[in-house]
Structures are given as C-alpha cells and as structure tokens.
Ligand binder design. Structure first.
Ligand code: HEM
Length: 462
C-alpha cells in the first residue's frame, strides 16, 4: 500500500482532508519506533496531543488511532461491513484460528454468528452457574494457606476448565495439562508474531515455527478426539456448543466440515480462556493492593451469600463484586487494543479514509480518558455503583468491543468472573506479596509482567 504524503486531490473536488498526523515521524518508518517503543504510553499521549483521530504512518501503513465516539459508531456499527478484521494481523495466525468466528468476515462470519448466538445469551449461560462455582471451589481448595504464589497460572487453569466444561460438555481432565502447555506456547508465539512486522511463513523451519505448529497439532489432537468421541456417543439430547456445531448446517445447507468445527471450537477455547483469566488476575491484583476495598467486597459476599454457594440469581445482589470486575476491565482491559481495515475509500468525521487504512481502537486509551472517568488512574470500583455505565457515552467503555461483532461470550464472561471471584473470596482473602507494582505488558492481550504474587489467607466466611 502506498501512502500519499500530499493531500490527495480528486478532479473537481474539495481537497481531501486527513486527521492530524504526529510530527515525530522518521523518514520511512514514520511513528513506528515511537509507537512500538511505548505501546501503552504513546497512544494516550498522541490522542491527548492530536485529538480523537490520529493519522499515523507506521512504516508506510496509514494507521488511524480512533477514540472519537461518532467515528467508533460508524466503524463498529453503521458501516461495520466495510471494516474487516485486519488481514495484516490475522494472516500471521491463520493456522490457529482458521475461519472461526473471531477471524472471519462477510457472509461466513454472519452465518456462523447466527448459529452461535443462541448458545451465548444471558438466559442460556445462566445454567452454568453451579458448574462455575464448583470448579472455582475446587481450585481454591487446592491453594496452600499463607504461601506466596503467582495467581495467574491458577486463573488460566480454572478458566480453561470452565470453558471446556461449559462449551464442550467435556471433562477433558486428562487433556487439561496438554492443552494448558500448548495454549501457553501458542499465546507466546502469537505475541511474538504480532510484534514482528514481517510475515514469515509457517513452513520456514525456525525453532519457533516448529514449536508453534507442534502446539497447534496438540490442540487439534484434543479437539479432534472430542469430536470423534461425540460422534461415537451421539449428540442426541446434548445442548452444548460442540454438539450444536456438529449438527449445524453451513450456508449451502451442508453439515459443517470437520475443519470448520475445529476452527470454531479452537476459537472459543482461546478467546474464552485467557481473556477471562486475565480479568480475574488483574482483579485479584487490584484487590490485594487495596485491602480496604477487598474487605468491603468480602463483607458484601458474606452478607449476601453467607456460606451457601453463589448462583446466577445472586448476580444483581453482588454489586460491589461486579463493580470490581468492571473497574479491573476498565484499568486493565484484556482486549486493550483491536483493529479493523477499511475495505473501500470512505469518509469518517469529514476526513478521507482511503481503502486499506488500518484502524486501531484502544479500550486502553478510552478507559483512561479523564473526560469520561474522574481520576482515571485510580482503582475505585464504587464509581460503577451509581449508574456510571448508563451515563457514559456508548463507546467509552469497550472491554468486549462493540456493535454486531461485540464479544459473543460477554454474558458468560461476566458470570464466570463474578461467581469465581465471589466463591474464592468466600474462602479467604488475598495478601499482596509482590516486591513492586505490576506493570501491564501489551501483547495480543494485556499481561501482568512477572506475574501477580499473593498469598491466600484462609478463613473468614467459610
Ligand atoms: C473478560 C473476558 C473477555 C474479554 C475481555 C473479551 C474481549 C473480546 C473483544 C474485545 C472482542 C471483539 C474483538 C473485535 O471486535 O475485534 C471479542 C470477540 C469475541 N469473543 Fe470475547 N472476550 C472475553 C470472553 C470471551 C468468552 C468467555 C468467549 C467464549 C466462550 C469469547 C469469545 C469471543 C468470540 C467468539 C469473539 C468474536 C465474535 C465475533 O466477531 O462475532 N470471549 N472478545
């Protein structure tokens, strides 16, 4: 793609206007070094300095960082068909997600979304409450009292178990270890690929490519076994997502191919596992750093639940607990930045947006905007208790994205995180044992650098 440095002119038309462009650009590389050198600080600083649409040149790629509410409405809702998932990013990880819901576009995406939607409605996911609580209880019962540990791998393990049980109705107990190792490796390699501007084909015999393909092979092996077992046992009477995929029809009325079933299953496994685990880890980090807020949350849980198991019916009562999840997602959104690519020339807020423009939407920037949030850097879950969610501009809080491509698992994610948090804090509290504050690391998701070291103090309610 060529970038036009001059303002393009159409015959007999007004000069085309582009959004402000940072003046820090270097020849050829443009703002890439500044952006890549500080992926969290730079977008906030650039938005403050240049406005809600910043036109960056990232090594020749015209890239807009968009925080303007009308522009977001246009990109995510009104013209969503004209803005696809960026091939620049997704082609790097085709072998992982294939043509699953997260990475597909157009008619295939629309068909698959319609097929999947009934499995993710609030009504449907509410039935998973007992399963979530029992898995969270098993996890916390294994923790040793008063012993320092990194809570993130434990959250990854818990959320992997929850997603395999809820989505695939499969125990996969013997497979959890294989999946855990393979998924961690994949996440690492994906992070590496996102930072690398060059596309190196998977077949190039690099050690990292070999590890990546081996990990995909292991995940595929597990998913394939689940499909074969389900085929043997039959899908009759089963209501889980995997069974539904196996009896679904594609756009031509044919059963989904094994490859399409695999792509959808792996998509849900990956999209529904690390994101929820990170939300939990950041929530526990913030609570451990703010014992006075943690004590109030424990009080709420004790008052509402006593020592009985939490259920879906308790969700509206666990207001502060839910507010902790929202506030953690505000400060550390797992999906801190996501992208689109313009498929045709268009106009956004009076600016000319040429076909091929890369669009960056950054919840990280929106969630720390003082125009929307008072004292945005502070952890203040109470801010959500007086109707803030209703007062905010529509796209000022985007932990799950927005528009027709909003996270399909958002109700499940809120249920999983709220009930797991309540169940764990019913058994005790977390004490901060880290040496210094944890910094977020901007990979494909927002990762706590060095982990979150805490100790679990059993007692209190249960
Ligand atoms: C706190 C947890 C979660 C967060 C922060 C999160 C975040 C997101 C975001 C930001 C998107 C939109 C990406 C974009 O527009 O480019 C998305 C899409 C998606 N998420 Fe989630 N997610 C979470 C949990 C889940 C769960 C539990 C599942 C499934 C079990 C899931 C499955 C998906 C799928 C399939 C999509 C693609 C939807 C589509 O394009 O139609 N997510 N998620």
């Amino acid at each position: 793609m060529k970038l036009s440095r001059k303002r393009d002119r159409q015959p007999d038309a007004r000069p085309r206007r582009f959004p402000p462009r940072p003046s820090d650009g270097l020849p050829l590389l443009g703002s890439l070094p500044a952006f890549a050198g500080d992926q969290l600080g730079y977008p906030i600083a650039a938005t403050r300095k240049y406005g809600d649409i910043v036109d960056m040149n990232l090594a020749g790629w015209r890239t807009w960082l968009v925080s303007d509410m009308d522009a977001l409405e246009q990109i995510l809702v009104r013209d969503h068909n004209k803005f696809i998932k960026p091939p620049l990013i997704w082609r790097q990880i085709t072998a992982v997600f294939g043509k699953g819901l997260l990475s597909s576009d157009g008619n295939l995406w629309q068909h698959q979304r319609r097929l999947a939607a009934p499995h993710f409605t609030p009504r449907r996911v509410q039935d998973y409450d007992a399963l979530i609580v029992s898995l969270a209880r098993k996890a916390v019962d294994r923790w040793q009292d008063d012993t320092t540990f990194d809570i993130h791998p434990h959250m990854m393990n818990l959320m992997l178990r929850i997603v395999t049980r809820t989505m695939f109705d499969a125990d996969a107990e013997s497979e959890v270890e294989i999946m855990e190792r393979a998924l961690n490796l994949l996440l690492e390699e994906m992070a590496h690929r996102f930072r690398r501007p060059l596309l190196i084909p998977d077949w190039v015999p690099l050690p990292s490519n070999r590890r990546y393909l081996k990990a995909i092979g292991e995940i595929d092996g597990v998913v394939d076994r689940l499909i074969q077992e389900r085929r043997k046992d039959g899908t009759e009477g089963r209501t889980d997502y995997l069974s539904a995929l196996m009896v679904a029809k594609d756009e031509d009325g044919q059963p989904l191919s094994d490859k399409q079933i695999r792509d959808e299953a792996v998509t849900v496994l990956l999209a529904g596992h690390e994101t929820t685990a990170l939300t939990m880890t950041w929530a526990f980090y913030l609570l451990a750093r703010h014992p006075e807020i943690q004590a109030k949350v424990i009080d709420e849980i004790a008052a509402e639940l006593g020592d009985r198991d939490a259920s879906n019916a308790d969700m509206p009562k666990l207001q502060l607990t839910q507010a902790v999840i929202l506030e953690s997602q505000r400060l550390y959104p797992a999906g801190w930045m996501f992208g689109r690519e313009a498929t045709e020339d268009c106009e956004i807020k009076g600016y000319f947006c040429p076909k091929g423009t890369q669009i960056l939407i950054a919840p990280w920037v929106l969630h720390r905007d003082p125009r929307h949030y008072e004292n945005p850097e502070a952890f203040r879950p109470e801010r959500w208790l007086d109707g803030l969610a209703q007062r905010l501009p529509r796209y000022a809080f985007l932990p799950f994205g927005g528009g027709p491509r909003i996270c399909i698992g958002n109700s499940l994610a809120m249920l999983e995180t709220t009930l797991s948090l309540a169940t764990i804090l019913q058994s005790g509290s977390l004490e901060w044992r880290g040496e210094r504050p944890v910094e977020p690391y901007p990979s494909a998701t927002l990762i706590p650098q060095g982990g979150v070291h805490v100790a679990f103090k059993r007692g209190r309610v249960r």
